[in-house]
Design a protein around this ligand. Sequence first.
Ligand code: IPD
Ligand code: CA
Ligand code: CA
Length: 263
Amino acid sequence: MIRSALMNVMTAAALKAGRGLKRDFGEVENLQVSVKGPGDFVSAADKRAEKVLYEELVKARPGYGFVLEESGEIEGPDKSHTWIIDPLDGTTNFLHGLPIFAISIGLQREGQLVAGLVYNPATDDMIIAEKGQGAYLNNRRLRVAARRDMGEALIGCGIPHIGKADGHARFRAEFDAVMGKAGNIRRLGSAALDLCFVAAGNYDGFWERDLQSWDMAAGIVIVREAGGYVTDADGGADMLAKGSICAGNDAIHRALLGLVKQP
Ligand code: IPD
Ligand code: CA
Ligand code: CA
């Protein structure tokens, strides 16, 4: 287990924001049956969680900058540290009452990702990693899967929603290529958790395009610290700038990249 001051700060903030999300998730069920649906309520829940995370982290580490999904960039006097935060990853799942969503907090130091936390308040799964210190799910050390045969691999992916229709044709081509070689494919709807499923060896690999830095920052550290390989979906090293990701153990990462990468 990682017992650093930094991780204490991150877990305390996530647990506090997570309490609110858990309560709000309980409410969503009641709102499903209304004609208007829970949309506005969920977006308010999302913003509330982000406010708690911001307040807790700025109190504990005054000066660090922020990249927040809902509030955008907030610069701090300390230019070497930036929190990269998604207060609710898996909004569609949350909205539909599916317990696959998470808070995601990544920390960049001098431009390098050094710590990551992904917390699912519905299951109480807390996944943490710090550079050089391993990745943990609650108290269990995580390792990526050892499977090397693509034909036996379970691969996770992300499907572009209706608002991202310009990505549909490319996704179909990639899906076809992976479906022809992989054991099977899943789409669970939270990129942050998807990366944790790679780290925990549930998935053998994962790829997705058209992501934002806050969907991936924490998960990247977690996969690496679990012994996994991460690049963007075309094999480059700057996932955050490119907005895409491919992850797995060395063999599955290489094979998956060969199927999805663009020349
Ligand atoms: C989304 C989730 C989803 C991915 C989308 C993201 P959100 O984040 O990570 O799995 O496919 O591209 O936007 O909107 O739920 O925070
Ligand atoms: Ca997200
Ligand atoms: Ca989000």
